[in-house]
Design a protein around this ligand. Structure first.
Ligand code: NAG
Ligand code: NAG
Ligand code: NAG
Length: 542
């Protein structure tokens, strides 16, 4: 009996944390699901609204704790650390103005970091400049409500951005709150919209990365996943920043949001449309709405049943339906009218085919078909001469003639068993920077030509080859890559390390038959290596 009781107690004890409840109604719905228990369980909720906090507490006999702002000392540390990279060594001349700025920040960490990031981004640090910044923080009383001060500080940071970064930041208002935003996808969108300026086309992506990093440095974006190059692969927008850019974006008629917090305002031309959630009430797409000027459409997963017909659009450049799993392949039949399309994101949908007129989309730069159920790409795909990035899923066959797509820079998840012709065509894709191929169970006669063709790809930076039962001799003299940064070769064990493994390599994953002292020395001497995965097949001989 006693044992049973204890067991029960363990099962039913819980700790639940619900972060950031904005609205009383949300709590009213949630609380129904929570069991009142008195054997030591806890529910913690956080909110910015006293009313919400009080109602949570009265329902569960809890207590409201007010989160204290940072102390003056800690505020100072945070501020100087961000600007001068040390906590207590700063010019005396800036002391007075710093105190005044900190007073405005009111101990709010986000405010302190944001304003410090702004000051850090300036080439010079003078009293006068800092006073200018202080004076432009805005009206909020010196000790006024923190949220208002915060808003003032964020809009100051926004106004301080150069015009091209303002545009790129406003673009982020497409994404719903707390959405994890993939860096590459973001940059391709900017490129497709012509937000990035560089004389040379091949530098656009690199330049986009600079913009992205600059927005992170200025604390307008929060980095999430950090990759081997030390830069973020995913980012998030703080909800206060999102609030700001969503309202600026509505003011400037930059992005129209359907199914967000605010009803869609109708008076203006719609230029970019983000359909976020089907929350019923105030948010159905009005049939009479004019979509003929829309240049970007993002539809998020939970809004798939609100998707407008593609026939409504005429000048669409960016179309993203990623993760709309139940999208019907038929929906795409009208895509061929979208002659201006540059970006088409269909990753993680379960579509099974593309219309064969896809080849008409002469300006298409990015075609993302990752994790779809497409078995075969239409042969017209090879007419997409501007296509820079093609991502298919592992079961997708690519057509003969792919070697003519001379703009291709990134190609991923090519399965050689599905597309054996690909090996022969590889040699002409000389712009390739990224190549990921799977070659299990291929014909061994491909081996030599494959390495030969590979050696004509002088720009290759990221190469992943997953090849079971194939012996690819990457150590032969035939293949000498010049600027390889990432090399992943699974299932092809090496006996010696290739000579070309030298200083540019950052990310390496290989198998070795045996590990010897000399291997360790070579690997130890790679100055840029951030990531190493080494599988050793034999144990060292004693
Ligand atoms: C290393 O490269 C692989 C293959 O491109 C990639 O999936 C992985 O994320 C990279 N690792 C890091 C830590 O960046
Ligand atoms: C590649 O295609 C072949 C043939 O369709 C299939 O058997 C194999 O599983 C595919 N490879 C992977 C890694 O899925
Ligand atoms: C690295 O190796 C490649 C190929 O052997 C060579 O072209 C390049 O000059 C080498 N780089 C350095 C810095 O040694």
């Amino acid at each position: 009996m006693t044992i049973y009781f204890t067991f029960c107690k363990i099962i039913y004890r819980y700790l639940i944390i619900i972060d950031d409840i904005w609205d009383q109604n949300v709590w009213t719905i949630l609380k129904v699901a929570l069991i009142k228990s008195n054997c030591g369980s806890r529910i913690i909720t956080t909110t910015r609204k006293v009313g919400v906090a009080e109602s949570c507490c009265s329902d569960f006999n809890g207590r409201v704790y007010h989160l204290a702002p940072l102390s003056h000392g800690d505020s100072k540390k945070l501020f100087y650390k961000r600007i001068f990279n040390c906590e207590d060594d700063y010019p005396n001349a800036l002391k007075e103005v710093s105190e005044k700025i900190l007073k405005k920040c009111d101990g709010l960490p986000l405010a302190i970091i944001t304003i410090a990031s702004l000051l850090a981004s300036k080439p010079t640090k003078t009293n006068e400049l800092w006073y200018n910044v202080l004076n432009s923080i805005g009206s909020g009383h010196e000790n006024g409500p923190s949220v208002e001060n915060m808003r003032g500080i964020l809009s100051l940071s926004y106004r301080d951005l150069p015009p091209h970064l303002k545009t790129c930041l406003l673009y982020l208002s497409i994404f719903p709150e707390d959405h994890m935003i993939n860096r590459d996808k973001l940059i391709w969108g900017w490129v497709a919209e012509d937000f990035i300026h560089d004389k040379q086309r091949e530098n656009l992506y690199k330049q986009g990365e600079n913009y992205f990093n600059e927005l992170i440095n200025r604390n307008m974006l929060q980095p999430v996943d950090i990759d081997t190059h030390g830069s973020a692969k995913t980012c998030r927008v703080h909800d206060m920043v999102l609030d700001l850019i969503t309202s600026l974006s509505a003011e400037e008629n930059f992005v129209s949001i359907l199914g967000g917090q605010q009803p869609l305002s109708t008076g203006n031309k719609i230029r970019r449309l983000s359909i976020q959630e089907n929350n019923g009430e105030h948010n159905m797409l009005d049939k009479s709405m004019d979509l003929s000027h829309v240049r970007l459409l993002f539809v998020f997963r939970s809004a798939i049943d609100m998707i407008p017909s593609l026939l409504s659009f005429q000048v669409l450049r960016v179309l993203d339906l990623e993760e709309c799993q139940h999208l019907d392949s038929c929906y795409l039949k009208d895509i061929t009218n979208l002659l201006h399309l540059r970006y088409l994101g269909l990753g993680r949908t379960y579509i099974t085919e593309l219309p064969k007129e896809i080849g008409n989309l002469q300006y298409l730069q990015t075609l993302d078909l990752r994790e779809t159920k497409i078995h075969e790409l239409p042969s017209t795909v090879v007419q997409l001469r501007q296509l820079v990035r093609l991502y298919v899923s592992i079961g997708t066959r690519v057509p003969v003639g792919i070697g003519n797509m001379e703009s291709l820079e990134e190609l991923s998840k090519i399965n050689i068993s599905e597309s054996p012709n690909f090996v022969k065509e590889l040699g002409t894709l000389t712009e390739l920077r990224v190549l990921e191929i799977w070659a299990n169970g291929w014909d061994s006669s491909y081996e030599k030509p494959f390495l030969e063709y590979l050696s004509s790809l002088h720009k290759i930076q990221i190469l992943s080859v997953f090849a079971a039962d194939v012996l690819l001799d990457f150590t032969s003299e035939g293949w000498v890559p010049k600027c390889l940064q990432t090399f992943w070769a699974w299932d092809s064990p090496f006996s010696i390390l290739p000579r070309w493994i030298n200083c540019s390599l950052q990310n390496l994953s290989i198998r070795l038959n045996k590990i010897q002292q000399e291997h360790v020395q070579i690997l130890g001497g790679l100055p840029a290596l951030h990531f190493l995965e080494l599988l050793v097949i034999d144990h060292p001989e004693n």
